[in-house]
Design a protein around this ligand. Sequence first.
Ligand SMILES: Cc1cc2nc3c(=O)[nH]c(=O)nc-3n(C[C@H](O)[C@H](O)[C@H](O)COP(=O)(O)OP(=O)(O)OC[C@H]3O[C@@H](n4cnc5c(N)ncnc54)[C@H](O)[C@@H]3O)c2cc1C
Length: 492
Amino acid sequence: MARKIIIVGAGIGGLSAAVKLAHAGHHVHVIDAGAQAGGKIRTHLGSSGPIDIGPTVLTLLPVFQRLFASIDEDIHEHITLTREPILARHWWPDGTMLDLHDNFEQSATEITAVFGKKSGKEFAKFYNDSRLLFDCFDKPVMQNARPNLLQMMRATLKRPSVIGKMKPLSSLGSSLSSYFSDPRLAQLFGRYATYVGGTPQTAPALMSLIWQAEARGVWTIKGGMNRLARVLEQLCIERGVTFTFNTSVTRIRRSADRVVGVDVTDGTQHTADAVIFNGDPRSLSQGDLGPDVETIARSTKSAKRSLSAYVWGFDAPVEAANLAHHNVFFADRPNSEFDDISRGLMPVDPTIYVCAQDRGANAPTPHVDRFEIILNAPPLSQRAPEPEDFDRCKAITFNRLERFGLTFHRQIGREHLTMPQDFAERFPASDGSLYGQSPEGMLSTLRRPTCVTPISNLFLVGGGVHPGAGVPMAALCGQLAVDEMTRRQILT
Ligand SMILES: Cc1cc2nc3c(=O)[nH]c(=O)nc-3n(C[C@H](O)[C@H](O)[C@H](O)COP(=O)(O)OP(=O)(O)OC[C@H]3O[C@@H](n4cnc5c(N)ncnc54)[C@H](O)[C@@H]3O)c2cc1C
């Protein structure tokens, strides 16, 4: 029997759930406050085409392959994917440069060549330990809609050698200092905490498994990451999904113990057999979706928020620099940016990520490059915007990159920069944070809201929900939510 399902938000989590539900024959209506599907997967239109100003690193391809297979499609027939042989090129202020490759042997050889034999061996140990952690927790925790402590303990008991590697009382930063004698390598692998909006000093040692997601391959998409959202949207439309854009859901209505529909900005009420919320779950606990659902995801109300960012998107001819697709220009002092962020300051000595979208495997060097440049930032509640922020951020970013030999030949204006306040405006209740609540402490994974809520026909999906932030995780969350709906017979 076809059910009527409303999905609030057309981010990757919402789209993944929508396409699966529509494929199963349900009537799906997706309502988004933005002008198009994709949420954080966004572009800025430059003179040489659309420039990604959201995610750039596509990892964990099997998550997407499974999603497409579940709707009887082959991802490779819709999206041209290139596996990048270089995961990222890393640059330090002392002139050191290091590529990490998409296979262990090449990365180990390069680390040995650049940092010496001892570092090569340290990397091998770190690689193996983080792989063990990933393999141990992938199924029982990451691919589980509602993991709990008992399941986590069972997973570790099945592989007792993993217990010592979890370092339950250590932060990622201190754990990395014990792996690597060269602080530059600890700095490099510590940066992976920022992929989920954490810092190496506060993220648990267990977060070393994030690097494993990248070690298993990084893909670029022809046409940019935005193509993934466009393709999913099209597959939704082909299966009868209705999209309404530029419309905010202002209330989720409940009658007794079930949700019954939503209200939107112009006052229209839509009824539904089930509702999936793809916005930041903090919206619910803040009461933005009305009193009927304000007890949902209650812990997000006071939980510390993850990092925000300053994100540049522009195209320009560029001088110098042997750029790869993904490039990281490290700070002078490893923790200075995180110290500044924790004090509510714009980092003056940041690590800067530069995505040169037209570079990469087999790509000819373009005359004009499209760039996305990201600097970590405190969320809005930790730092209020100041009128000088644009000029300050511009000076910090481009003076620093110039020191690495990178000069961009173009005038760069406010329209090229997304700041924490812009993210806060686009993503209600996010506080400008890009990855939901901050991943602090050993059990942070278990403290995120899950896709299942105490209301049997209300579900949550997206980066603010377990298994967490990032495009593959949000897509996985959408799939887990639909599996849970099926299991709980919400759809029958
Ligand atoms: C600059 C940047 C770089 C990133 N880099 C990477 C990367 O390289 N790799 C990676 O894997 N991840 C990356 N991420 C993270 C990744 O983009 C996100 O985790 C993921 O896209 C979030 O998807 P989501 O399903 O949570 O939906 P979101 O993208 O958060 O979208 C939610 C949608 O819900 C809508 N919405 C919210 N509330 C309402 C309401 N009340 N009514 C109507 N609509 C509503 C919003 O308008 C929005 O469209 C990056 C993010 C950013 C911002």
